[in-house]
Design a protein around this ligand. Structure first.
Ligand code: PMV
Length: 328
C-alpha cells in the first residue's frame, strides 16, 4: 500500500470563469482570477492498494456519485500512466464546509485529490502538471493548488487534449488586506452542476459571446488593479464579473441566485453607502461571499449575520497553497 493525505482550500473567483472551449480536456473559454480561502478546507487521502479491483471514492463518509467517481478515475488514470504506480486507489475525502452548493468544494476537492494521488504514486509531476490534472476534474480546482491571488488563463480555442494548462499565483496572500465573508444560506447541494449550467449557457444564452468579451476585459483590468494594490477597483470588478456571469446564465434559464442572494447583494450595497469597502460575489449556488477590507470585516460580519436566512458566516483570509500533510 502507498498512501498520502493532502489538504487544499477552496477559492473564490473575483473575475469569473464560466464557459468552456469546444474541445476535449475541460479548457476554460475565459481567464479567471481568484483568491484562496484559508477558512475552509478539504482533506483527502489516496491509498493505492493491490487488493482493490477498481478505484473507490468516499466523499464525506458516502460513496461518491458516478460522475465524481468517473472524473476522479480519469485523474488517477493519468497519474498511473505517468508513474510506476499501476494499482487501483481508494479515495477518502471530507470538507469542513457545505459540499457541492456553490462554496467551491469541487475546487478544493480536485486540488487535494490531484496532489494526494500524485504524491502517493511518487509521480514527481511538478506543481504545474498537478494543477493541470486538478483542472481536468474542475477548472476552478487548478487555482486551489496555489495560495494568495491566482489566475487561470483561457485555453486556446483548438489544440491537443493533452496540452498542459495550469493556474499560476499572480500575487501573494498579503497583496490586499482583505477578508472574505462567506454567507451560508443553505446546507443543501445545488440542483444544477456548474458543468451542466455552463453547457446550457453556451448553447442557449443570447449573450454568451458578449460575456466572453466582457470577462476578458474584467480579468485584464482586475489584474492591473491587483498589481497596483487597488482594492476598490478589484472589488468593483468582482461585482461586475459576478453579475455579468449570472445575467448570461439566467438568460439561458440557469438560475443559481435565490431571493436571499439578491437581498445580500443589497445589504452589501448598503454597507458601502455607510462607508465600508465591501463587494459581493456568488457562484453556482445561492450563497454570497463578501470581499471586504480587513478594517471593515468585523462590522460587516455582524450586519451579514443578522440578515434573516443567513445560517452562518465563514470568515477567511487569503489562504496558502495546497499541501501534503501525510505520506507513507
Ligand atoms: O470549476 P467549476 O467547473 O466548478 O466551475 C466554477 C465556476 C464558478 O465557480 C462559478 C466560477 C469560478 O471561476 O470559480
Amino acid at each position: 500500500m502507498s498512501t498520502a493525505v493532502a489538504v487544499a482550500h477552496p477559492n473564490v473567483a473575483l473575475a469569473k470563469y464560466w464557459g468552456k472551449r469546444a474541445r476535449p480536456g475541460n479548457f476554460p473559454a475565459v481567464p479567471s482570477l481568484s483568491v484562496t480561502l484559508d477558512g475552509m478546507s478539504t482533506r483527502t487521502r489516496v491509498t493505492f492498494d493491490a487488493s482493490l479491483a477498481k478505484d473507490e471514492m468516499v466523499l464525506g463518509g458516502r460513496t461518491a456519485s458516478e460522475s465524481d467517481h468517473a472524473r476522479a478515475s480519469m485523474i488517477l488514470d493519468r497519474i498511473r500512466r505517468a508513474s510506476k504506480e499501476k494499482r487501483f486507489a481508494r479515495i477518502e475525502s471530507s470538507n469542513d464546509f457545505p459540499t457541492a452548493s456553490g462554496l467551491a468544494s469541487s475546487a478544493s476537492g480536485y486540488a487535494a485529490l490531484a496532489l494526494a494521488a500524485s504524491t502517493a504514486a511518487k509521480a514527481e509531476l511538478g506543481i504545474d502538471v498537478v494543477s493541470d490534472l486538478a483542472r481536468r476534474g474542475s477548472a476552478s480546482a487548478a487555482r486551489s493548488l496555489f495560495g494568495g491571488f491566482v489566475e487561470l488563463a483561457s485555453g486556446a480555442p483548438e489544440g491537443d487534449e493533452n496540452e498542459v494548462l495550469p493556474a499560476h499565483q499572480v500575487a501573494a496572500e498579503s497583496a490586499l488586506d482583505v477578508r472574505v465573508l462567506a454567507c451560508v444560506v443553505t446546507e443543501a447541494s445545488k440542483t444544477s452542476s456548474s458543468r451542466d449550467g455552463m453547457a446550457k449557457t453556451a448553447k442557449e444564452s443570447p449573450y454568451f459571446s458578449a460575456w466572453i468579451d466582457a470577462e476578458h476585459r474584467f480579468f485584464e483590468e482586475m489584474k492591473r488593479a491587483l498589481a497596483a494594490g487597488d482594492l476598490a477597483t478589484v472589488g468593483e470588478l468582482t461585482e461586475k464579473s459576478t453579475l455579468a456571469m449570472h445575467a448570461c446564465a439566467m438568460s439561458a434559464g440557469v438560475v443559481y441566485m435565490r431571493g436571499i442572494t439578491l437581498e445580500l447583494f443589497d445589504v452589501v450595497r448598503e454597507l458601502r453607502k455607510s462607508g465600508a469597502q465591501a463587494w459581493g460575489t456568488s457562484d453556482a449556488g445561492p450563497h454570497v461571499k463578501v470581499l471586504v477590507a480587513s478594517k471593515d470585516a468585523l462590522r460587516s460580519r455582524a450586519v451579514l449575520e443578522a440578515v434573516p436566512g443567513v445560517l452562518r458566516v465563514i470568515e477567511s483570509k487569503p489562504g496558502g497553497p495546497a499541501r501534503v500533510v501525510e505520506q507513507g
